[in-house]
Design a protein around this ligand. Structure first.
Ligand code: SF4
Ligand SMILES: [Zn+2]
Length: 388
């Protein structure tokens, strides 16, 4: 006699697939291996400049240097469910390669002479010795100090120890560290993101950064995998509240789908829709009182920290999007808010798709659909509804 069938949303009693195996599978495919080997290790992945704001609020120009590296050590052993950085790395990059990439960036922008800020991103953590040779870490820190540039680097939490930060401060007295926290929620970190660290690790890292007077930028992820739009909105607002008083800047990254990731598979299977732009506007409206308790805007005395939302691939099917006709206007308003911190940016913004978005939120809160009911803009609407 076969065992009675259980009522479960998660399969039929067979051993479940491990998230780790799902994350790793695409990185070992022939197309991913071939792509990795195709990169030139002596040039950075990309170097460009954008308008930015210095720590004291002054507008400036910032150069972003994205280096071609061996990637992130957490990716080597597991990896986050949405991270597509493995597409851009090469596992044999040497210290000399990194120095020539850095030289390339310095020459291209004339020692960054027209730019007050430099962001150095490594598809991992700059201060992690297994990923980046210590000598190169020192070069970046001391060159930016010598050139008088405000430096921003990215890091996971485990590298940000008292000892490592004391070491880094010898070479650069004023830099900021951006941490991809993604969610201030251990369950989400473990089961949705597969982040490999907990909120406690972030708490500890922040204490160490504060002790050394280093500025803290926190990345939060809007709508991680396996989450409905309504949950994403509620969590997004709460996580901002949780980290605002301990961050100098919060950057909320609305999910954008990168090739070969778990979120890419869900998306192609019609099981995940990147967030609505309306949800981002709503999150900002609800989070604004946390950032500006007296209702002010950026630069006012009541500002707790800076809140930035930059919808990468905004308006596209693989990024945060609305109906297709209002997208560019809503993206522009969100980006204006990141600079001004003024809710007035959203005044007068409206479109008929707002009603559909609102209805979806209400339904997701009323129905037992933990993964949500949102469908991307692509495809036939009737077919999409039938597939629910
Ligand atoms: S920690 Fe960052 S770089 Fe590493 S796998 Fe996760 S998202 Fe990617
Ligand atoms: Zn619309």
């Amino acid at each position: 006699m076969s065992a009675p069938k259980t009522l479960t949303l998660l399969g039929e009693g067979k051993k479940g697939a491990r998230i780790h195996d799902l994350v790793k599978a695409p990185a070992n495919t022939p197309w991913a291996r071939a792509r990795q080997q195709s990169w030139d290790a002596s040039e950075p992945a990309t170097v460009y400049f954008t308008p930015e704001t210095l720590a004291d609020g002054t507008p400036c120009s910032a150069v972003t240097v994205i280096l071609r590296t061996k990637g992130c050590h957490w990716w080597w052993s597991s990896g986050c469910t949405f991270c597509g950085y493995f597409n851009d790395t090469r596992d044999d990059v040497t210290n000399d390669d990194l120095h020539s990439q850095w030289q390339y960036a310095l020459e291209k922008f004339d020692d960054f002479k027209d730019h007050a800020m430099v962001k150095v991103y490594t598809s991992g953590s700059l201060l992690e010795d297994r990923e980046i040779p210590v000598e190169f870490q020192q070069t970046v820190l001391s060159d930016c100090q010598r050139l008088g540039k405000e430096l921003i680097v990215e890091s996971r939490c485990e590298q940000l120890t008292d000892t490592k930060l004391a070491w880094a401060k010898q070479f650069n007295q004023s830099f900021a560290v951006a941490i991809g926290l993604e969610a201030y929620d251990d369950e989400v970190l473990r089961f949705h993101v597969n982040k490999g660290f907990s909120t406690k690790a972030w708490d500890r890292a922040v204490d160490n950064l504060k002790k050394h007077g280093i500025r803290i930028k926190t990345y939060l992820m809007f709508k991680p995998p396996f989450m409905s739009e309504a949950d994403a909105l509620n969590h997004g607002v709460k996580w901002i509240e949780d980290v605002a008083h301990r961050s100098d800047e919060i950057s909320v990254n609305p999910m954008n789908i990168q090739r070969g990731t778990i979120i890419d598979r869900l998306h192609r299977n019609n099981e995940y829709r990147p967030p609505w732009l309306w949800s981002l506007v709503e999150m900002i409206r609800r989070a604004h009182p946390t950032i500006h308790p007296d209702g002010g805007k950026n630069g006012d005395k009541d500002q707790v920290c800076r809140l930035i939302i930059h919808p990468t691939a905004g308006g596209k099917i693989r990024g945060a999007h609305n109906c297709g006709s209002c997208d560019s206007e809503v993206v522009a308003a969100i980006e204006r808010y990141a600079v001004s911190g003024d809710l007035e940016e959203f005044t007068g913004l409206s479109c008929s798709c707002e009603a559909a978005w609102r209805e979806e939120l209400l339904l997701e809160q009323a129905l037992p659909t933990p993964l949500g009911i949102s469908k991307p803009r692509r495809g036939n609407t009737l077919d999409n509804l039938r597939s629910l």
